[in-house]
Design a protein around this ligand. Structure first.
Ligand code: XIL
Length: 461
């Protein structure tokens, strides 16, 4: 090679190199470059979560990864019915509360899982049926959603209620046998108890357009058209060695109904395709503007319920797997959720029930006032009553209601009922009678028949 040619070649290389450097600079300055799942998801307006077994929160190798990589958690078991209401009417929130405080201390949102599911029902509920079970399940939803009110980003209100196989219909269970409206009754109860939480339906084998996902799609469309409060659909995505080609199209058709979608329990069988499948699921979520987040069902392979499938993003020693890199790259390459809000949903055809205004005593007077929020279904209702002390506070209170004819109170919490039909009175229990000026407490009762026309009146002592 003569000098001139050598020089030209050198210049070409230099120019190409400079161009490449410039391009790289442009790329790095415009593209995002999160280095953890949580940062990369957050840059795109989304969350990246993990299912947590609260017993592991004291293992530092576990919490180091959890806190570094995830900004959302869900309880693997601790918020399920058997854990939260092991005996009827006796509630246990230890595990759930622990997870919520861990989340709050570490900037994580919480998915609630699951208010109603045919599995992990406590033994006492497994033995129930009919209206007794309907009452018990609505009470469960009301109590648990009330306990965690204001702390849950989204609740899986109902989990896995559709059957596998070709029919696209409901799964048989004791819950289903209480009547086909059990799902909407549960969503209404959850909305009344925690109006700030997004309410989701969650299921598996819905990873593409198939008979089961279409059955769910039809239910969601029906709920939206009738004003049943549903905000999101969770796709568990416990996956094998391949991914349906229409995975993203399926998410999109639900989003087009006016609900958010989320990947709620992602894990993938190990094997050659694992990293690709994790990446493809992440890309699908990123490409659907109403896909608000992804949760993997555990942190490290050895934390997974799937035994030897090695189905997660970190190996048992906490090392990042190829699947991790694939997810991180997909998060970084994906579009952000548009800042312009998505088109607003058409208003529900039946407006959400508005609570009647409380009969507030004028300021400066003693006494108390009471207002009711009602969740009704065909044949029953749950009333949540808010008691507000007047300016003198209370040392005790008593609330009277008149029930519609045929209605009767079957169950009361945080108050003592006298009578069950007609005029019924509710007195404070020992821990909620003493209220400071303007202080608020709540009690509730459940009834059969119609809850129409309940207007509580409050007297203080
Ligand atoms: C699993 C838990 O991971 C296990 O620890 C438990 O023994 C059974 O339940 N779908 C769901 C999750 O909605 O609640 C399940 O979690 C996995 C399948």
């Amino acid at each position: 090679m003569n000098h001139r040619r050598a020089l030209r070649a050198a210049v070409t290389i230099a120019v190409t190199g400079a161009l490449a450097a410039a391009m790289t600079m442009t790329l790095t300055s415009t593209a995002s470059a999160g280095t953890t799942l949580r940062a990369s998801a957050a840059e795109k307006g989304r969350y990246f979560g993990a299912a947590v077994a609260t017993g592991k929160l004291s293992t530092s190798a576990y919490t180091t990864i959890l806190n570094r990589e995830f900004n959302s958690v869900v309880a693997e078991n601790e918020m399920k019915w058997d854990a939260t209401e092991p005996q009827q009417g006796r509630f246990s929130y230890t595990g759930g509360d622990r997870l919520v405080s861990h989340a709050q201390a570490n900037g994580m949102s919480v998915r609630g899982h699951a208010l109603l599911w045919h599995q992990q029902e406590p033994g006492w509920a497994q033995g129930m049926s009919g209206s007794a079970l309907r009452s018990a399940m609505i009470n469960h939803v009301t109590q648990v959603a009330t306990h965690f009110r204001g702390k849950i980003y989204a609740w899986d209100v109902v989990n896995e209620a559709f059957a596998d196989g070709g029919g696209g219909g409901r799964r048989d269970s004791n819950l289903q046998r209480t009547g086909n409206d059990w799902i909407e009754a549960a969503f209404r109860a959850a909305r009344a108890a925690d109006p700030g939480a997004k309410l989701c339906y969650n299921d598996y084998n819905t990873d593409g357009i198939n008979a089961k996902s279409t059955g769910i799609y039809n239910m969601v469309r029906d709920f939206k058209s009738r004003g049943v409060p549903i905000d999101c659909v969770g796709f568990q995505s416990h996956l094998g060695t391949s991914l349906a080609g229409d995975y993203q199209a399926n998410l999109q058709r639900f989003a087009d109904l006016g609900v958010d979608v989320q990947i709620t329990e992602l894990d993938v069988m190990t094997g050659g395709n694992q990293a690709n499948i994790f990446g493809a699921v992440t890309r699908a979520c990123m490409n659907v503007s109403r896909c608000t987040g992804i949760t993997t069902w555990g942190v490290r392979d050895c934390d997974s319920w799937r035994g030897s499938d090695n189905a997660l993003l970190f190996d048992c020693n906490g090392n990042k797997k190829a699947a991790y890199t694939s997810v991180l790259n997909a998060l970084n390459a994906g579009p952000a959720i548009p800042t312009t809000p998505p088109p607003t949903d058409p208003p529900p055809t039946t407006p959400p029930p508005t609570d009647p205004p409380p009969t507030t005593p004028p300021p400066g007077t003693a006494g108390c006032s009471a207002s009711v929020s009602l969740n009704s279904w065909n044949g029953g209702f749950v009333a949540t009553v808010k008691v507000t002390a007047g300016s003198a506070g209370t040392s005790g209170w008593n609330v009277g209601v008149t029930l519609a004819s045929g209605a009767s109170v079957t169950n009361t919490w945080s108050a003592t009922a006298s009578g069950s039909t007609g005029s019924v009175r509710f007195a404070n229990v020992d821990y909620n009678g003493r209220l400071g000026a303007g202080q608020v407490t709540e009690f509730g009762f459940q009834g059969t028949g119609s809850g129409a026309g309940i207007t509580p009146t409050c007297t203080a002592s």
